[in-house]
Design a binder for this molecule. Structure first.
Ligand code: ATP
Length: 450
């Protein structure tokens, strides 16, 4: 088994398109820059990532409340949170070709090909100016100043704005968290690198409310939880780095931030983050709304503004890191000289993330096999996402399933009618087992529910 680095990104993008995971959005109209659609297998992978996250951080904990808030919020939220004033990146524009770039991510090496201007010579940039990344639209039929609203640039703010609803109407006691998964929108100056940086993406975020004296303890706790997540989704841990963010680089509202970075083929960049947001957001919303957003301890009677630890995960960057980590090539050798005649690709996805859990493959298209195989497929489909395929050689069908990361292939053969059994092949060990049809559900429950 070997992994090749330099063109790994191209290989993953090509596999994602070829096998229906992710492809350019609006492609028949020439696409829309940096917009990507998740196809039949991509939506399964994405849903599995979100389900696993919800299971680990909401379902299996007893200090968490879920939320699914509106994407468009009252614009006063963004004024109070500081986004209207501060949610910006520095922008420079080349005076010759008018291309725009983020001023804080220009290559320092002046010989880098980046500096070459299509109008000749090198780029000549304007002074940097702040560019607000909030996506603006109008609500209702009149396009006036009064109808301006914004698509949320993060899911976080709703969890502060709804804090009072949750403590008043749901039985929670500090420390507790609010968790949300949803779309966020940013008018990024330089999107790119496939799904790494887009203008529409998804986040999985937690605002964890604590007593100020416990903030450091829970910061460490959530750092540990992010590490546990990285292991659960099978990332190549040699490529994961935890970076303490310096005072100068930290967001102004954060007292401590640690980024989880991943070494992508295009460089080491942010995958996730954790910030200690203190009481910044609740205090700002309390001031702006005039509502009491304090918490009263039911035992001591102490009333205070909780502090917040915010761990945040990007769904799309998770998918990219998972695909890069699980992409594996094997050289298939055969013939007298044992020459390499084909490179086979396997996505070694953790079982819980695999889009298809079991592929049911009858050895022939004859009714005597396909009636049984379809019956098995229907039984297993009550529990898991499965596929049933009858076309092509069995070798080709196995290879396609390896490429999309299916952990188990099940073949129905001419012996099945006699021994009421099928053969199950394991993607990683290549071992084959003969299993009774009646015991298949029990067998896969053991294999697939971890
Ligand atoms: P970056 O420094 O890369 O712009 P950020 O620090 O602005 O990221 P956060 O505001 O911390 O990002 O957002 C939380 C998470 O959302 C990030 O860790 C990342 O996984 C994801 N994310 C942020 N911006 C984008 C984007 N434009 N496209 C895809 N995912 C994103």
């Amino acid at each position: 088994m070997k992994k090749q680095q330099p063109d790994l990104m191209d290989k993953v993008i090509s596999l994602a398109k070829r096998r229906g995971f992710i492809f350019p959005g609006s492609e028949i109209y020439g696409g829309l820059a940096n917009s990507w659609d998740y196809g039949p297998l991509g939506v399964e992978l994405k849903n599995n990532i979100k389900k696993l996250w919800w299971k680990m951080f909401v379902q299996q904990r007893f200090d968490m409340a879920g939320l699914d808030a509106a994407i468009i919020m009252n614009p006063k939220v963004w004024e109070a949170s500081g986004h209207l004033k501060n949610f910006s990146d520095p922008l420079v524009e080349c005076k010759k070709c008018h291309e725009r770039f983020r001023a804080d991510s220009l290559p320092t090496d002046q010989e880098d090909s980046f500096w070459k201007c299509q109008k000749g010579g090198k780029h000549e940039f304007t002074e940097a100016r702040q560019f607000n990344m909030m996506l603006k639209t109008y609500l209702g039929p009149v396009e006036s100043e009064g109808s301006v609203v914004y698509l949320r640039p993060e899911t976080a703010q709703a969890m502060f704005v709804d804090f009072k609803q949750i403590i008043d109407n749901y039985q929670v006691k500090i420390p507790f968290g609010v968790a949300q998964i949803g779309k966020a929108f940013r008018n990024e100056i330089t999107p790119g690198n496939f799904i790494f940086r887009t203008r529409e993406f998804e986040q999985m975020e937690i605002e964890y409310f604590v007593h100020p004296k416990d903030a450091e303890k829970y910061f460490e706790h959530w750092l540990g939880e992010q590490k546990r997540w990285v292991t659960a989704i099978g990332l190549d841990e040699s490529k994961v780095k935890y970076v303490e963010i310096s005072d100068e680089d930290r967001a102004f509202y954060s007292k401590r931030s640690v980024d989880t970075e991943f070494v992508y083929p295009f460089g080491q960049k942010e995958l996730y983050g954790i910030a200690y947001r203190t009481d910044y957001d609740l205090s700002r919303h309390e001031q702006a709304s005039g509502k009491n957003l304090k918490y009263k301890d039911p035992v001591s009677g102490e009333e205070y503004t909780p502090h917040v630890i915010e761990p945040t995960w990007g769904v799309d960057r998770t998918i990219l890191a998972v695909l890069l980590s699980s992409y594996t090539e094997t050289e298939a050798r055969s013939g007298k000289d044992d020459a390499v005649h084909e490179t086979e690709v396997t996505l070694k996805l953790p079982k819980e993330l695999a889009p298809i859990k079991v592929a049911i493959l009858p050895l022939s298209k004859k009714d005597e096999l396909t009636i049984v195989s379809m019956d098995i497929a229907k039984k297993l489909a009550k529990h898991w996402m499965v596929e049933h395929h009858t076309s092509g050689s069995i070798g080709k069908r196995y290879r396609r399933q390896d490429e999309i990361g299916t952990p188990y292939c099940l073949t129905v053969d001419f012996e099945t009618a006699n021994d009421k059994s099928v053969t199950v092949r394991d993607r990683d060990t290549m071992q084959q087992e003969r299993i009774k049809i009646d015991e298949l559900v029990k067998y896969f429950v053991k294999k697939l529910i971890i």
